[in-house]
Design a binder for this molecule. Structure first.
Ligand SMILES: Cc1cc2nc3c(=O)[nH]c(=O)nc-3n(C[C@H](O)[C@H](O)[C@H](O)COP(=O)(O)OP(=O)(O)OC[C@H]3O[C@@H](n4cnc5c(N)ncnc54)[C@H](O)[C@@H]3O)c2cc1C
Length: 408
């Protein structure tokens, strides 16, 4: 195996593999270093992905990866009021995240990317202020002209460069149980449960698979996630009835960064993508689609750098500008929404859900809503009096509840 590569990618998650694939497809020599002994394990995700975004990214999925096709969501307010958003056709897939990650890694391997497993990157190699490769845990050095950091949300490698890491204050702790024996649920709808007692500063979810099993999870900013999950499954007035005969087969836990992207995602010989750069939707915690969108740009810019022999941060800043153009507005809008949502007391969240129901917002959402590009889909919706009323109430509630908080 060659020890000098054009590009080293740290991490074989979806973003690392997709960045590697995008660069290798254009001719770069790429190696991915993954600390585990295989791609896709351990899994730490619900795998709920927007079908139209996967199409836009041109990632067709083999049927074996798709666990379910979802037509909408039943959203439960803190007091248990239900708001139903059901579309005619499937809008999202539930995917097997392990297999999804393997699928992207296989695309990368076919494009010529090499994978090194059990290869934990301990730190970066530097030469005259430029990143020039990585040092593995076993002290082996792998030289390269550029490193793409796709290590996920640990920020360990990122800190080596002096770039600002993820903001711990807005990182929630996610937990998810794989269950069987769920009752009284719609097979083609996900369920979202709001409430400060249910999941402080986030929400709980039930995501069904076609085979009758489901992913039941939540994320929380405070308290013990496991206790919150137990309480949700055993005591929530709506969810507990569906889960009372269920059996938990496994549990996973992982942080979710919700503070919006880190301020700078590049330096000399270095790019950060995916959770490592916090390219995660602050409203829903979904990081796969935007991460892949940015990873594609990272791979392309990295390959351009290889071809031009220019790895300076000035050259690589083009990556930052390009991904901001693609998803920057939506990430900023969603961060604002997350902050507003976090500031609302349960009584006001109840009222927002009630208004959505009474004013028939589901029709406007079906027409214009996009679970990924939530910022830009708000703009056409504002033309509709019902939506405008809900947004106005939401803003009013936030203003009333945020007097004690600093928004910026
Ligand atoms: C409970 C939960 C549910 C979620 N549900 C959804 C969802 O439904 N939809 C959605 O879009 N997103 C969801 N997310 C978020 C999603 O999982 C992440 O945004 C996504 O995994 C980010 O991909 P990534 O490639 O950036 O990082 P990761 O998937 O975290 O991959 C990072 C990889 O890097 C490796 N690595 C780390 N450090 C090193 C090192 N030093 N050396 C070598 N290898 C290293 C890791 O082993 C891992 O393989 C969820 C997250 C959680 C916690």
């Amino acid at each position: 195996m060659k020890t000098k590569h054009d590009i080293v990618v740290v991490g074989a998650g979806p973003c690392g593999s997709y960045a590697a694939y995008s660069a290798a497809k254009l001719g770069a020599n790429v190696v991915v270093c993954e600390e585990h002994n295989q791609v896709g394990a351990p899994d730490h995700c619900a795998g709920h992905l927007n079908i139209s975004s996967l199409k836009r990214l041109q990632i067709p999925l083999p049927q074996s990866i798709i666990e379910n096709e979802i037509k909408g969501a039943n959203i439960y307010s803190p007091s248990g009021k239900e708001f139903v958003l059901r579309c005619h056709n499937p809008v999202t897939y539930v995917v097997d995240r392990g297999r999804f990650d393997k699928h992207i890694a296989e695309l990368a391997m076919k494009a010529g990317v090499q994978y090194r497993f059990k290869s934990r990157v301990k730190s970066l190699l530097f030469d005259s202020g430029h990143v020039k490769g990585v040092i593995l845990k076993e002290k082996e050095k792998i030289e390269s002209s550029l490193v793409i950091d796709a290590e996920g949300c640990s920020s360990a490698i990122l800190k080596n460069t002096g770039l600002a890491g993820l903001r711990a204050s807005m990182t929630v702790r996610g937990i998810q149980a794989d269950v069987e024996g769920l009752e009284h649920f719609d097979e083609d709808m996900v369920e979202v449960y709001l409430g400060r007692n249910v999941a402080p500063d986030f929400f709980a979810w039930i995501i069904p698979r076609k085979d009758g099993t489901a992913k039941v999870g939540l994320a929380t900013s405070t308290g013990n996630p496991q206790q919150h999950l137990r309480s949700f499954m055993e005591k929530h007035p709506v969810a507990s009835k569906k889960l009372q005969k269920s059996k938990v087969n496994s549990i996973l836990a992982h942080p979710i960064p919700l503070a919006g992207p880190i301020p700078k995602t590049y330096s000399n010989g270095f790019l950060a993508v995916g959770d490592a750069a916090s390219q995660v939707k602050p409203t829903t915690g979904g990081g796969v689609i935007f991460g892949l969108t940015c990873a594609k740009v990272a791979g392309e810019v990295a390959c351009e750098a290889v071809k031009s022999g220019n790895f300076s941060e000035m050259f690589l800043s083009s990556y930052h500008r390009q991904w901001k153009r693609l998803v920057g507005f939506d990430l900023s809008a969603m961060l604002m929404m997350r902050r507003m949502l976090n500031s609302l007391p349960d009584s006001r969240t109840d009222k927002v859900i009630d208004l959505c129901k009474r004013l028939g917002i589901s029709e406007t959402l079906k027409k214009f809503g996009d679970i990924d590009f939530q910022g830009r889909s708000l703009i056409p919706m504002m033309k509709y009096p019902g939506t405008l009323a809900v947004i106005s109430y939401f803003l009013y509630s936030w203003l009333m509840s945020s007097t004690k908080q600093s928004f910026f």
